[in-house]
Design a protein around this ligand. Structure first.
Ligand code: SF4
Length: 476
């Protein structure tokens, strides 16, 4: 039987189907790790190493990484010796196995004597989340045979530097129930199904699940209908978005118990899928009397190393990129970018999903800059994603630019295009100085702004071509 790990328990708490696929899925169905994900992992490990280097009396069990029993025996010996901190201790308990980031010795009573150990996880977020607690509970359960009882507390070393206390008592029952279900799944007694949820973006089974949803016209392909809401639709007999498209919003609300606003949105998105066309949801006015900019930045850690933009006014169209060949030039490219913007008295600047907005504030505080350029960013920076979403329901499951632009026929030059990957490429550029890597970044960034331009162009054209577009609006 497949061993259950704290990481698997934490993932299963969000999606049990990931455990089902871990047990029975073909490993070839898994997507590959992206370069950006590897970079994040590497950064996490570096951060972890930096933190633990401050710990006095830290020890780590030596083992070959394969023979878990010998790793466990070594860890038990270290605990019996009473070391204050144990890094990556190896724990085993029946079908469970895992390596908590740290075991911390504290005063107390256990099989070991007048001291005991607590599990501690190192995380790069700033507050304890449910998955952290479940991970800690799993480690606590594996400590039981050594300590004689399950620790009721654990800790999370947050990115604020604080080791936050986590009470584990209440979660123990939940985790025990979850483990029972996981055992039923691995024993072939329980079958789960794939339903889109918040974990899918990070999950390595995502391409496999997506193929399945597409083949079933699954209701979870509707924007806003995922996780528990999708299960609500299934329980109401609405397994496919096609079932939703033939109902009225009122009927959807009655059958699912969803509020009217969400039912209208589900209906509009189902209709968009059925017709393959955008459904107009609100009043539309495209700006054409002042210049518009499509704008996207690339970041490396906290630094902004690239501003990419396309300026459009009437028949004029110009693309521009300001890149820092090393992060210390962040201020220089910021000033160049603002000077470029300052040419227009009035302008609208579109970004996608508001990622740029907080950076504008930070860059202004750090570097100041041309007020005539800044004014456009401070008063007329518009989230294009939000703008589109408020006015159109599209046949997409998410309004990320990587979902919306392909619907309008736009595709990125780089197959592995993504913000995280561009960060990994920049790191590669800094290390190797390979110009082709820098060109790849520039192309990727320009494609991002071209994608925004294309969405705008396609929607303008679509409205012009459809003098009476499919408009569905309701007074709530
Ligand atoms: S892709 Fe989503 S639904 Fe599929 S296993 Fe992963 S988290 Fe679950």
């Amino acid at each position: 039987m497949r061993p259950i790990t704290p990481t698997a328990i934490a993932s299963s708490s969000k999606c049990l189907h990931s455990w089902y696929l871990d047990c029975f899925g073909n490993p070839e169905w898994k997507r590959k790790w992206e370069e950006g994900e590897r970079l994040q992992l590497q950064r996490g490990l570096e951060y972890e190493r930096k933190l633990i280097s401050q710990l006095p009396g830290l020890v780590e069990p030596s083992w070959d990484g394969w023979d878990w029993q010998s790793g466990h025996d070594r860890t038990r010996s270290l605990m019996e010796e009473g070391h204050p901190w144990i890094y990556q201790g190896v724990l085993l308990n029946g079908h469970f196995r895992g390596k908590p980031d740290l075991l911390r010795k504290i005063d107390g009573s256990s099989n070991l004597g007048s001291y005991t150990y607590l599990p501690i996880e190192i995380k790069s977020h700033n507050q304890i989340i449910m998955k952290d607690r479940y991970q800690l509970v799993s480690s606590a359960m594996m400590l039981e045979p050594i300590l004689g009882s399950i620790p009721t507390r654990g800790g999370v070393w947050l990115n604020t530097g604080e080791v936050a206390d986590a009470e584990l008592g209440k979660d123990t029952i939940v985790v025990a129930g979850l483990i029972e279900k996981m055992q039923e799944i691995s024993g072939g007694k329980l079958k789960t199904e794939s339903v889109r949820c918040g974990e899918c973006r990070r999950c390595l089974w995502s391409t496999h699940c997506e193929d399945e949803w597409n083949s079933l016209d699954h209701v979870c392909l509707l924007y806003g209908i995922s996780g528990k809401t999708a299960m609500r639709f299934k329980r109401a007999g609405l397994s496919s978005w096609k079932d939703v498209a033939v109902l009225t919003p009122q009927e959807i609300s009655e059958r699912t118990g969803l509020k009217m606003k969400s039912s209208i949105s589900a209906f509009q998105h189902a209709l968009a899928r059925q017709t393959g066309r955008p459904v107009v949801r609100g009043d539309i006015r495209f700006i054409d009397d002042i210049p518009i900019y499509f704008y996207d930045i690339e970041t490396y850690g906290h630094d902004v190393y690239l501003h990419g933009l396309i300026r459009i006014f009437g028949n004029e169209r110009e693309d521009q990129q300001f890149i820092a060949r090393d992060p210390s030039k962040e201020g220089d490219i910021w000033h160049q970018f603002l000077d470029y913007l300052s040419r227009d008295e009035k302008a609208i600047v579109y970004c996608w999903s508001d990622y740029e907005r907080p950076f504008v504030k930070i860059l202004k505080e750090k570097h100041g800059g041309n007020p005539k350029g800044l004014v456009h960013l401070e008063t007329n920076l518009v989230d294009q994603c939000n703008w589109v979403q408020e006015r159109f329901a599209l046949p997409v499951k998410s309004y990320s630019i990587k979902s919306v632009a392909p619907y309008f026929g736009f595709h990125w030059d780089a197959e592995d295009a993504g913000g995280l990957n561009s960060e990994a490429w920049y790191k590669e550029w800094l290390e190797t100085g390979d110009e082709s890597t820098l060109e790849k970044i520039l192309r990727y960034n320009l494609d991002d702004v071209r994608a925004m331009e294309e969405i705008d162009r396609a929607l303008r054209k679509w409205i012009l071509d459809h003098s009476s577009p499919l408009k569905i609006s309701y007074d709530l």
